[in-house]
Ligand binder design. Structure first.
Ligand SMILES: [Zn+2]
Length: 107
């Protein structure tokens, strides 16, 4: 599914959640549906903004395109290994670029 298709689907879900919220009799249930609608809209907006690429350095830490640094303490040092799909700082879709050893010319 393309990012735009996914974003459009999230917008549709937001509308459905809001319609349901408007029909709710219980205020607490209405608030819950309204929160779901907002989450969908935030996700759709992030998908339309694009990708935040995280570049890994030689120490294993990651620098995000939006200017943050992030380290994992677990042995598997990749965002995708933790099912991270969005940057926690800017909300864009997360793209990862693992560290690649520079080519060694002395051989
Ligand atoms: Zn970011």
């Amino acid at each position: 599914m393309s990012a735009e298709t996914h974003a459009t689907r999230l917008d549709e879900m937001a509308r459905e959640y809001r319609d349901t919220a408007n029909r709710c009799i219980l205020p607490s249930a209405a608030r819950s549906y309204e929160n779901d609608a907002r989450s969908c809209e935030a996700g759709a907006a992030a998908l339309r903004r694009g990708t935040c690429v995280w570049q890994q350095d030689e120490d294993g830490a990651w620098s995000t395109a939006c200017g943050k640094r992030w380290e994992f303490t677990w042995y598997e040092h990749r965002p995708s290994a933790h099912d991270m799909r969005f940057c926690h700082h800017c909300g864009q879709t997360l793209g990862e670029r693992g560290y690649v050893e520079p080519a060694n010319d002395e051989s």
